[in-house]
Ligand binder design. Structure first.
Ligand SMILES: NC(=O)C1=CN([C@@H]2O[C@H](COP(=O)(O)OP(=O)(O)OC[C@H]3O[C@@H](n4cnc5c(N)ncnc54)[C@H](OP(=O)(O)O)[C@@H]3O)[C@@H](O)[C@H]2O)C=CC1
Ligand SMILES: O=C([O-])CC(=O)C(=O)O
Length: 278
C-alpha cells in the first residue's frame, strides 16, 4: 500500500506526494479516468471518492457527496458538466482543494471566470480535452497577440441537438444528408448554447486569452463518424492550423474517446511526473 506523507516531509525525504483524487461525474470521461486511477495507472495519484448524481454500482472507490469527497481528497477532477463548475467550482477551491476542469465552457461567463480565478487556496487547472496545439498557441502569445483565431467543430447531428432549437432547425438536423451549419459565433456565446459539445471553444479561448477573439462555427455533419475540430490562428509571427479527428465515445458520442486520456495526461503533469511534454 502507498503511504501519503505530508507534502513537506515527502519532499524532504525525496518522495513525491501522492495526490488524493475525487472524480465528479461518472460518465464517459469520469469512468475512464477513475478506473485508470483505481488501477494504479498514475503512480502519483489515487482515486479516493466518486461523486455522481446517480447511484453507482461497482465504482472502484466509495461514492460520496461533494462535502465528503472534499474531506478525502486534495484534487477534484470535474467531469460532470458546466453546471457543476458554475454552482460548486468555488466551493471546491475555497475548501483548499485543487480543481481540474473539463467543462471549460462555464468560464465564458465573465463573472464566474473572475470568481474562479480569485477563489482559493485551491488552484484551478484546465485540461486541453479534445483539442491540441494549445501549448503552442499560448507560447505564441509571448510574441504578441494573435490577430485571428477560428475553430470549426463538426459532429454528428444528434450530438448537437439542443432544447433551444426551433422546429425548423431540429428538422434540418434530423434530415440532414450533408453538413449543416448550426451556429456561428464566438467562444463567448457558443459553449453556453452547446454545453456538452463545444467546451473546446472555451478551451481555445483560455489558450488565446480572449473568448471574444475566437470565431466559432458548429457544423452538424451526418458523415462525421469522427468528430472534427480545426483550430486556425494567425498573427504577425506566423500562422497555425491544428486539425483533430476523434472517434466518439460509444455511449456518449458528444464526447470524444480521447478526452479522458487528455485528463489523465493533465493529471500526470499535476503529479509532477518527469518525462512529460509540458
Ligand atoms: N474539454 C473538453 O474537450 C470536453 C469537455 N467535456 C465536458 O465534460 C462533461 C462530462 O462529459 P461526459 O463524461 O462525456 O458526460 P456524461 O454525460 O457521460 O457524464 C457526466 C456524468 O456526470 C453526472 N453529473 C452531472 N452533473 C453533476 C453534478 N452536479 N454532480 C454530480 N454528478 C453530475 C451526470 O449525471 P446526470 O446525467 O444524471 O446529470 C453523468 O453521470 C461534459 O458535460 C462537458 O461539459 C466533454 C467533452 C470534451
Ligand atoms: O469531445 C469533444 O470532441 C468535444 C466536446 O464534447 C466538448 O468540447 O464539449
Amino acid at each position: 500500500m502507498t503511504t501519503t506523507l505530508p507534502q513537506a516531509a515527502a519532499a524532504a525525504a525525496g518522495h513525491r506526494p501522492v495526490r488524493d483524487v475525487a472524480v465528479v461525474g461518472w460518465g464517459a470521461i469520469g469512468r475512464v479516468v477513475g478506473t485508470a486511477l483505481a488501477e494504479g495507472a498514475l503512480p502519483g495519484a489515487r482515486l479516493t471518492r466518486v461523486v455522481d448524481n446517480r447511484p453507482l454500482h461497482g465504482a472502484p472507490a466509495p461514492q460520496a457527496d461533494l462535502a465528503e469527497a472534499l474531506a478525502h481528497c486534495d484534487l477534484v477532477v470535474e467531469a460532470a458538466g458546466q453546471g457543476f463548475v458554475r454552482d460548486l467550482g468555488t466551493t471546491v477551491l475555497t475548501s483548499g482543494t485543487d480543481l481540474l476542469i473539463a467543462s471549460t465552457g462555464a468560464l465564458t461567463d465573465p463573472e464566474l471566470a473572475r470568481e474562479i480565478a480569485e477563489a482559493g487556496p485551491g488552484r484551478v487547472y484546465y485540461t486541453g480535452g479534445a483539442v491540441g496545439g494549445l501549448d503552442l498557441l499560448q507560447a505564441v502569445r509571448g510574441l504578441g497577440d494573435l490577430t485571428r483565431v477560428r475553430l470549426t467543430t463538426a459532429k454528428l447531428p444528434a450530438t448537437l441537438h439542443q432544447p433551444w432549437m426551433d422546429a425548423e432547425l431540429t428538422e434540418r438536423l434530423r434530415t440532414a444528408t450533408g453538413p449543416v451549419e448550426v451556429m456561428r459565433g464566438t467562444a463567448r456565446d457558443v459553449p453556453a448554447r452547446f454545453p456538452r459539445s463545444t467546451n473546446v471553444a472555451a478551451t481555445v479561448a483560455l489558450a488565446v486569452g480572449d473568448p471574444d477573439r475566437v470565431e466559432v462555427r458548429v457544423v452538424a455533419d451526418p458523415g462525421a463518424t469522427l468528430t472534427r475540430h480545426v483550430v486556425e490562428a494567425e498573427g504577425p509571427h506566423g500562422h497555425y492550423r491544428f486539425e483533430v479527428n476523434h472517434a466518439p465515445d460509444a455511449a456518449n458520442p458528444a464526447t470524444s474517446q480521447v478526452v479522458p486520456h487528455a485528463v489523465l495526461r493533465s493529471l500526470a503533469a499535476l503529479t509532477g511526473r518527469g518525462g512529460q511534454i509540458l
